[in-house]
Ligand binder design. Structure first.
Ligand SMILES: [Zn+2]
Length: 109
């Protein structure tokens, strides 16, 4: 994934964080020290914020956008739709089929 796409997805993630902070906590991202952002978001204990926080963390580590199962890159279309995606299309489909076989529940994307 090129740096521009990572930057674009990072903006998307930050916008989502901003949205949650404003609507659930009446707080703006701008009021948070960027150096303490990770700890600040972790402290909220909000599962959605946590997913977004971990996506930012993976970006920092350079593992962002790789499928956690097969390690192949996740397509940019999937990441644009769901910037916190953990699985590539093929693994997501396999997982979904597996879950369908084992339960009546549908997988959350
Ligand atoms: Zn995969």
């Amino acid at each position: 994934m090129d740096a521009r796409t990572v930057h674009e997805l990072r903006e998307t993630i930050l916008n989502r964080i901003q949205h949650i902070l404003i609507h659930s906590y009446g707080q703006s991202l701008d009021s948070i020290d960027q150096n303490n952002l990770d700890a600040h978001l972790a402290f909220k204990g909000d599962p959605q914020l946590n997913e977004l926080r971990l996506a930012l963390y993976r970006m920092k580590e350079g593992t962002y956008g790789n499928c956690i199962y097969c390690k192949n890159p996740i397509s940019v279309e999937i990441l644009r739709r769901s910037p916190t995606a953990h699985f590539c299309e093929s693994c997501a489909a396999k997982l979904s089929a597996h879950l369908k076989r084992n339960s009546m529940h549908k997988t959350a994307s």
